[in-house]
Design a protein around this ligand. Structure first.
Ligand code: MN
Ligand code: MN
Length: 500
């Protein structure tokens, strides 16, 4: 049977809006799920998705993507790649799968909300495919690490992490619940499709995939490239939404939603991507520094996309540029020091050559972040490894749920930004996290950070052992240790710095 060309029927097939007779429109599309901005219904008929696909085409392309990713995995399973891989690289996989697999699954709900409650029929159509995409991403990222559980129980966290109260999980969930899970269909699209997927996933998928390929892990490299090809398609849902909002006098609202989401996802994302890129990959396998990736794939591209759609750079752009130089370096130091609280084994990874590389990529690294590591390295070289394990808990930001820190050493910038609200004091890591709180205090005010829970009796008594148990550490697998058992400090025995 001859088939019509898609362009001959597509516009008719997706015109599925009708005038409701049995319920009022406000019941079919409740304001708080569909459109709190009050865009006239007729405007939604203008929604024109940049990327058009039919279900038949979608299924056939997705089937091929899956076949590609699964067959690379099957072929490489026989190579014992993971049995022989660098333990710091395996930590990247453990962290990635734990953080990402069930987040993808959760994103099905975000897309489902757009599928049901968007007023534009073509947006509902695109979101249906987005929902199927996220289901695939959830499944494939549970299936791939499953074979690794026999190698190392920490891989079980691919499934486990989101069901625990591990501090890193709480940070990720707080951001994703805010951006993906608790907003109306339009705001979800601005925050998830535009700010998160258009703005930030490229560096993960292009940068991390290049580094993984350099490591010889074609399974993981192909997996994330396959996922990103879906993200690049459904991310485009956000653009027509923003255009419609701007045309209807809602630019300020669109801008604020994008600014909030971009910052929230950035704070988490820098840990997942920045730390492995700049600390865990062996020097000779590093394609570029995290900062170079951020400048090329986020700053340049995202700025252009913002301009094209009619929005401005977020007001906090200077703070963001500064955070690219700072945030993931602080958290590498913090996570390594509190390594028993995470489900992977981070490496310090800071031999003399690695420090030279960091100094070159981030001028001033030695005089700031390096000072922290000087003490650690001195302790390790003098047989005091127990002194490198942090005790107690650091102050945690009431917004991003990440320890509050900044540059130390010769540039002392660590400070807390506070806000009193309804008699409670909130602590923030940056002006920007505090600004996010100020945009909607009612939304955020009742959340307790893991440190709040130590003081308000939820973790009782707040002993080190109890805190770890509360976070789920030790149940499935042991907490983290240095991936290389400190072998990286041996480099100083041969270097001139050893004489100091
Ligand atoms: Mn996805
Ligand atoms: Mn997505």
């Amino acid at each position: 049977m001859a088939l019509l060309d898609r362009s001959a029927w597509y516009n008719i097939a997706r015109s599925t809006n009708w005038t409701p007779k049995y319920v009022p429109e406000s019941e079919l599309f409740p304001k708080d799920q569909s459109d709190p901005y009050g865009i006239p219904t007729a405007e939604w008929e203008t929604f024109d998705e940049p990327y058009k696909v039919s279900y038949r085409e979608y299924v056939s392309v997705q089937r091929e993507k899956d076949a590609g990713a699964y067959s690379v995995k099957a072929a490489l399973m026989r190579s014992n790649y993971y049995e022989n891989a660098d333990p710091a690289y395996l930590s990247l996989l453990k962290m990635h799968y734990g953080a990402i697999a069930l987040s993808e699954y959760a994103a099905c709900q975000s897309d489902a909300r757009m599928t049901r409650f968007s007023k534009a029929p073509s947006m509902r159509n695109m979101a249906t495919f987005g929902m199927l995409d996220e289901l695939r991403h959830g499944q494939i990222q549970l299936y791939f690490p499953h074979q690794l559980v026999t190698l190392d129980r920490q891989f079980d966290w691919a499934h486990e992490a989101h069901h625990t109260r591990n501090w890193a999980t709480l940070a990720g969930r707080h951001a994703l619940d805010d951006v993906m899970m608790t907003r109306d269909a339009m705001t979800t699209s601005l925050m998830l499709n535009f700010a998160f997927e258009t703005g930030l996933t490229n560096v993960q998928m292009i940068g991390l995939s290049a580094d993984a390929a350099n490591m010889g892990d074609y399974t993981f490299s192909n997996l994330i490239t396959s996922i990103q090809s879906d993200e690049a398609r459904h991310a485009q849902i956000g653009t027509p939404v923003i255009e419609i909002m701007i045309r209807n006098g809602k630019k300020a609202e669109a801008q604020q939603a994008v600014d909030v989401a971009f910052w929230r996802i950035w704070r988490v994302f820098a840990l997942l991507t920045g730390i492995p890129m700049d600390y865990w990959f062996p020097l000779e396998k590093r394609d570029r520094s995290f900062k170079e990736y951020m400048h090329e794939f986020v700053i340049t591209q995202f700025e252009r996309q913002l301009r094209d759609v009619g929005l401005e750079r977020p007001w906090y752009w200077e703070h963001f540029l500064d955070d690219i130089e700072t945030h993931h370096h602080c958290q590498q130091a913090g996570i390594w020091s509190w390594r028993n609280t995470v489900w992977w084994n981070p490496t310090g990874g800071l031999g003399p050559a690695e420090r030279d590389w960091l100094e070159q990529k981030y001028p001033g690294w030695n005089a700031t972040h390096g000072k922290y590591w000087d003490v650690i390295i001195d302790n390790l070289r003098n047989g005091r490894p127990e002194k490198t394990e942090a005790v107690g808990m650091p102050a945690i930001c009431n917004m991003c749920q990440i320890p509050i820190s900044n540059k130390g050493g010769t540039v002392w910038k660590a400070r807390i930004y506070q806000r009193e609200y309804e008699g409670r004091r909130y602590n923030f890591c940056t002006l920007v996290c505090r600004w996010v709180f100020d945009t909607d205090p009612v939304r955020y005010k009742d959340w307790d950070t893991i440190v709040d829970r130590m003081y308000n009796g939820q973790i009782s008594p707040p002993t080190a052992e109890n805190i770890l148990r509360y976070m789920g550490s030790g149940v499935v697998s042991k907490g983290g240790r240095d991936a290389h058992d400190y072998a990286w400090v041996k480099g100083y025995d041969r270097s001139p710095q050893a004489a100091e």
